[in-house]
Structures are given as C-alpha cells and as structure tokens.
Write a protein that binds this ligand. Structure first.
Ligand SMILES: Nc1ncnc2c1ncn2[C@@H]1O[C@H](COP(=O)(O)OP(=O)(O)OP(=O)(O)O)[C@@H](O)[C@H]1O
Ligand SMILES: [Mg+2]
Length: 242
C-alpha cells in the first residue's frame, strides 16, 4: 500500500515552547480527497494547519508527505516538497495585479514554467483572466479566494490546505467556492480545509474530523457526520429530532 499524500500523526504544536495548543491530532488526506476539519472556536484548527506548513513549532508527532517526513523542515522547503497553504487572511497582495499575485505564488519556478502556470491559472479561473492587470483589491470576496487558491496552486502542490476559505462570503458565493474546491480535489489534489460553514462544507467533503481542545474528537465520512445527531447539535447548529 502506498503512503498517503499527507499524514499528520499525533501532532503536538505550540506558539510558546512547552505550552501546546495542538495536543495530539492525527489526520490523513489522500489524493483526490476533500477533507474538512470542524470544531469549536479555539480548538486549534488554524494552529494545526500552521503546524503542517511549518509556521508554528512542532513539538511532537510528525507530518509526512507521500511517506517523507516534512515536519521540522523550514516552511519554504515544506512548500517546495508539495504543500500549498491558503491562510484565512492576507492570502493575496491587494495592491498587486492579479497576474503579479500569481507570479509571486510561483516565484521559485523557472521563468518558462512560471509563464505556463500563470496561463494555466487563467484557464482554470477565467474570471481572473479577464482582469489580469487589475489590482487584486478590485475583486469580489469569492474571486479573491479564487485568486488565493490559484496562487497556492502555482507550485503544483500535492496537498492544499485552506483556513476558512468561505469566511465572510455571501451564502451563494460560499457554495461556489466549495464547489471549486470539490472540483480541485477531483483533479487529483489532496484538499484539507478548516470550515466554520460546517454543514455546507460537509456536503461537498469526502471525510471530516471534529477537533476539540487540540485533540481528535471524532472522524468519519462527511455523510456519516452530517447524519450524526450529536455532531449536528454540537457543531452544525441544528437539532435533527425534537
Ligand atoms: N499567535 C498566537 N500566539 C499565541 N497563542 C495563539 C496564537 N494564535 C492563536 N493562539 C491561541 O491558540 C488557541 C487556538 O487557536 P486557533 O486559532 O488555532 O483555533 P481555531 O480552532 O482555529 O479557532 P477559530 O474557530 O476561532 O478560528 C487559542 O486559544 C488562541 O488564543
Ligand atoms: Mg481558526
């Protein structure tokens, strides 16, 4: 059996050495899968993604990408190894043009490949192509997320991680962004996202993990979690039966 695209095993991570926020979280994401992390505010979801990207201190456990250990490497090496990260805020440069945002996402690539990838991004996201020379701050919230994703895809990551990609978007746009991510997973990338719009996210996801207080609380197929009364009540904001 080949190793999964991305596997975090018993990860422990902190901002201050010896004071973990993520105590013990294990998550697997494979090629073609859309996996969602849900859980209450302060559960450590964002910290967990940052730990995978090497942006916070990993104090225990490990992260493997296609079987190779990447935890402990500096962020630029983690990204070069095949991890894309779209943080919740400041994920595009507002004053740069759309094209320059894409170029900045691929600044480590050789020039010819960079041009090819910018072209590819415009083919995947035609709405961006139409306005390539405009500053990113003219984009709507949904288009901005599209640009952030397109930017992270410039390096052809094997796994792309997104922190609340639909935060602050109108409901109709939430579904558009989630559908885009579904399509992205279908193209073969492993997609791992944190979502507050848990119900909408689970509807497009394959599997999900519920994280509470820096630990795994529950995991299953997205359909099973949507169907689970306790989860629905605690995390999805509705009660199925009275
Ligand atoms: N830069 C930081 N330095 C120190 N502590 C931090 C930092 N960022 C977050 N924390 C703490 O880590 C804990 C978990 O935060 P985190 O942002 O990972 O949670 P979350 O599950 O993403 O929550 P939310 O749903 O609100 O986004 C919180 O108690 C928070 O105060
Ligand atoms: Mg968060």
């Amino acid at each position: 059996m080949s190793a999964p695209v991305c596997e975090a095993r018993n990860l422990r991570a902190s901002y201050i050495p010896g004071m973990p926020i993520v105590f013990d979280i294990s998550v697997i994401v494979d090629a073609g899968e859309l996996v969602t992390l849900i859980g209450p505010n302060g559960a450590g979801k964002s910290t967990f993604l940052k730990a995978l990207a090497g942006l916070v201190l990993v104090e225990g456990g490990e992260v493997r990408l296609g079987g190779q250990r990447i935890s402990g490497l500096p962020t630029h090496e983690i990204i070069a190894a095949g991890v894309g990260f779209v943080p919740q805020t400041s994920n595009v440069f507002s004053s740069l043009s759309i094209e320059d945002n894409l170029i900045s996402g691929g600044h480590t690539l050789p020039r010819s490949l960079l041009r090819e990838r910018v072209q590819r991004a415009f083919e995947h996201f035609p709405a961006l192509a139409d306005r390539r020379r405009a500053a990113a701050n003219v984009l709507s919230g949904g288009q901005r997320q599209m640009l952030a994703v397109a930017r992270a895809l410039m390096t052809d990551p094997r796994v792309i991680m997104l922190d609340e990609p639909t935060a602050g978007l109108a409901p109709k746009i939430v579904h558009e962004v989630l559908d885009d991510l579904r399509r992205l997973a279908k193209s073969g990338v492993a997609v791992l996202m944190v979502e507050q719009n848990a119900k909408a996210a689970l509807r497009v996801s394959d599997r999900a993990y519920v994280l509470v207080e820096g630990r795994n609380h529950m995991t299953g197929t997205a359909a099973d979690l949507l169907d689970n009364d306790a989860i629905a009540e605690a995390f999805l904001g509705f009660r199925r039966k009275s």
